[in-house]
Every structure is written in structure tokens, then in C-alpha cells.
Design a protein around this ligand. Sequence first.
Ligand code: HEC
Length: 118
Amino acid sequence: MILMLAAGLLLAGGFAAEPQTKKEPEMVSFKKKIKPLLKRRCGSCHGSSGSLNLRSYKSLMKGGKSGKVIIPKNSAKSLLYKRIIGKGGARMPRSKPPLKKSDKDLIKLWIDQGAKDN
Ligand code: HEC
């Protein structure tokens, strides 16, 4: 209900606004933002050994023992995002402080923008 209302407002705003003023969130860069973040916070356990390797785009998209951990455009179904918010298993990074909210949001946005190797 609230969503529909918000969509309605967005539409109404869209018609009135100039195209240039339309605000789209900036594309999150995998290379600049996501990769360094995963390396720093997850790389110690998800490096070269073990089933889930988070060190490269290719290995990240390949997934782990549960299969794919990233479903492009669907953060809610992506195991990687679920695990960092503590769903579907032990919260990641395991037995370490959780990611900052801004970092979780960044990963979410990157997935929802299509999880590109950008
Ligand atoms: C201290 C070690 C450690 C750190 C750091 C860590 N993990 Fe894990 N992770 C594990 C272990 C061990 C497993 C396997 C057991 C399980 O699923 O809980 C796992 C499993 C996972 C899985 C499930 C893989 C599958 O195929 O079932 C995901 C997704 C995951 N981790 C994401 C992350 C992310 C993202 C980070 C960084 C934000 C992270 N992990 C940091 C130890 C760690």
C-alpha cells in the first residue's frame, strides 16, 4: 500500500520534473567499492581455499556449496546479502563485528542494480 503510494508520488513527480532533475542512484562500482569491501571483511575466510571464494567477480558469482550467492537484481534472494543481515544462517562475517549499515546498503544496491562487473 505504502509502496503503491510512493510509486504514485514518484510518477506524479516524474511528469512534472525536467528529465535532468530525475534522480537515479549512482551505479555502485564492483571494482571500486564491493571488491575491496569483500576482500577486507570476508577475504580472510573466503579467500582462495574453501568453497566460497569472494576474492574475484568470477568466483563470487560462481557461489559456494549452497549454489549461487548473488541473484542479480534480487538482493532479497541473494544468500550473500541475507547472510550479512543475519538471515539463512550464521551472520557474516562470522564471529566478527557486523558490516556497517552503509556497507550493507551498498552491497544491496549493487545487487539490485544488476550485480555488474563494473
Ligand atoms: C571468520 C571467518 C569468516 C568470515 C570473516 C566470513 N565468513 Fe562467510 N562463512 C564462513 C564459514 C566457516 C562458512 C561456512 C559455514 C556457514 O555457512 O555458516 C561461511 C559461509 C558463508 C556463506 C554461505 C556459503 C554457502 O554456499 O552456503 C556466505 C554467503 C558467506 N559466508 C558470506 C560472507 C561474507 C559476505 C563475508 C564478509 C562480509 C563473510 N562471509 C565473512 C566464515 C567466514
